[in-house]
Design a protein around this ligand. Sequence first.
Ligand code: HEC
Length: 281
Amino acid sequence: MKKSLTVLTALGLLGTSLPVQAGIEEDIAAFQDYFKKRFPAVSLEDYADGVNALPQYAHRRANWELLMEFPPHDPDLKKGRELWATPFKNGGTFGECFKDKPPANKYPYYDPASDDLITVEEDINSCLKANGEDPIKNLDTGTIALLAAAFREQFNGEKMAVDVSHPEAVKWYEKGRQYYWARRGQLNFSCATCHVHSAGNKLRGDVLSAGLGHGVGFPVYRTKWSIEGNPWGTLHRRYGGCNKQTHANPLEPQSPEYKALELYEAVMNTGIPLKVPSQRE
Ligand code: HEC
């Protein structure tokens, strides 16, 4: 206990009552300290901006800032808010379903009743089903991303504080951690190869973002995806793209592996405020 308190004090998190176990607290401290040492000028909060936060990307940051004056995602985001607020045929709303759910900075969460780890996208579909509506099939892009953005943006500024106190949540966390650090694909890369060890380095013209902050700005609107016709993407769409980069097979969005990975990354982001949606290259 004493040790974990020291870690919390070091992180400046005392008083926010982190619902995590000692081993996990140490993982968070180690992960965040690594980036603090590597990029001393970047504050914890800045990591929400993805690659834009890194000094190695500074030459392109001005473009991004200019773009943010009239964000290209605005019209779609308005559509998402309208969809979120439109009552179902039975008069129910997303707002009513989510009234009893955790705030967005506490997703994903472990639900003992279903013995499952639950993401925002899954709760959106449960809400549709509970109200007699068809669930959304495309969990990568389109409506699901707009609705997730409309929910998550309501909690912008709230610091990530996922609850991993339940022993089953710890199992999900361990699964996600394992996935993050395990090497795979023809290139034999792990997530950490690119986003921890090579963060800030260039890969085929891209600067690699820090793993810290991953997910805090999602769903995102990406220029690359907009050229292909579907500008919005959920976090799991991005995971699929990253798996392909290493010539590994992408998994289905909302697969147990990606949900576990989302939990692991969310826990590493403890203390970073939500910033939804984001624009990326
Ligand atoms: C071969 C290198 C490579 C590997 C391995 C890799 N990625 Fe990526 N990833 C990228 C590149 C390039 C981008 C786009 C630039 C950036 O944001 O880093 C990216 C972007 C991301 C983003 C978006 C960040 C943001 O804020 O926009 C997330 C999240 C992400 N990766 C997660 C992962 C996860 C999880 C894994 C492991 C399953 C992984 N990546 C493996 C290269 C990689």
